[in-house]
Design a binder for this molecule. Structure first.
Ligand code: SF4
Ligand code: MG
Length: 329
């Protein structure tokens, strides 16, 4: 029956006055029930745009999707009629957006905002919806939910508001939950708590979870597998343990080196130098070549495919063997 969600050879472009911004250039990944996929990359790598395409918010200009499929339980969401699409997106596939703080409406109580999901989608009365809101606030571990359901967003801390957003996103029991940088505005301890909460919710309900982040550190303990994106492509994908043990792409290696680790003390490391490419003008060959310490002449001319380097592992680097060996860089 195939995976729960499969993105297949997705391309997303934005038509701008300066030219065509190629934000996503052939991305494929898949997700099974109960699985957590971390999608990792710098801003502009295409990780959020891919998620937005899944959520169907890039179906009109200036965005266009010239190629690819997004299959949910085998059905291509890009080909579904509007009405059935909206029934899937937002309900069976839900997303927590990046900016939780501005996503909540300051003039309504949090209970009313969570309850709205049940009133709109389940036709519940105001009273029943409030009861459900309390249940959900309990589920996302907001202390004193019963007393706080009629409080306003500004009466909660950033971490608690993030939990309210999570409560809204899981209200309708989605089968897939996408969290886009759910923790960036929060301090490290709160970030870890939010990640742990997402992992627990995933375990409780067997949903598939996609965590989008630029920080390999925050997903290490919760992800099953990782897809690393660069310039709109996946440059490495692997089970999380394999990536930590030995990255097979110089970019992943750079990201990994930027996380402080006690077992690395005193070792010579390289940090990633330079800037991510301009998506109006992606470098030829391997798009990472201007920043790559492993670069050879052919990197500038030959675009590396995603080489299959193991049963569930790929690297888009011609020299992945050298990177795995750690012979230089
Ligand atoms: Fe570096 Fe070449 Fe590998 Fe690209 S293909 S990551 S430039 S070594
Ligand atoms: Mg983003």
């Amino acid at each position: 029956d195939g995976p729960l969600l499969a993105v297949d050879d997705l391309h997303v472009e934005f038509v701008t006055r300066q030219g065509v911004v190629k934000a996503v250039n052939g991305v494929s990944y898949s997700l099974n029930p109960g699985e957590t996929l971390a999608v990792l990359g710098e801003s502009g790598s295409g990780k959020s745009v891919t998620a937005q395409a899944i959520m169907g918010i890039l179906d009109s200009p200036p965005a266009r999707i010239p190629r690819g499929e997004i299959r949910f339980r085998g059905t291509d969401l890009l080909k579904l009629p509007e009405e059935s699409r909206t029934r899937i997106r937002g309900q069976r596939v839900a997303m927590i957006f990046q900016d939780a703080l501005s996503a909540l409406n300051p003039v309504f109580t949090v209970g009313a905002q969570i309850g709205e999901m049940f009133r709109v989608h389940r036709g519940m009365s105001k009273r029943d919806a409030e009861k459900k809101a309390v249940e959900l606030m309990d589920r996302v571990r907001i202390p004193g939910a019963r007393q706080r359901v009629r409080d306003y967003p500004h009466q909660f801390s950033g971490g608690m508001r993030q939990r309210i957003m999570i409560a809204m996103s899981i209200a309708l029991d989605p089968e897939v939950l996408i969290a886009d940088e759910p923790t960036t505005a929060l301090d490290v301890t709160v970030q870890a708590q939010v990640m742990e909460l997402l992992a627990e919710l995933r375990r409780e309900s067997d949903m598939g979870l996609i965590l989008i982040t630029h920080d390999l550190g925050v997903v290490a303990d919760v992800a099953d597998k990782i897809a690393v994106m660069y310039a709109g492509r996946i440059v490495e994908n692997a089970p999380v343990r394999d990536i930590y043990r030995a990255p097979a792409h110089p970019y992943t290696k750079g990201l990994l080196n930027s996380i402080p680790r006690v077992d690395r003390k005193g070792r010579e490391l390289y940090a990633i130098k330079g800037m991510p490419p301009n998506l109006l003008d992606i470098p030829p060959g391997c798009s990472f070549h201007p920043r790559c310490p492993y670069r050879q002449d052919d990197c500038v001319t030959d675009t590396p495919p995603l080489y299959e380097i193991g049963p569930t592992r790929g690297s888009a680097c011609h020299y992945w063997r050298e990177v795995l060996d750690g012979s230089h860089g």
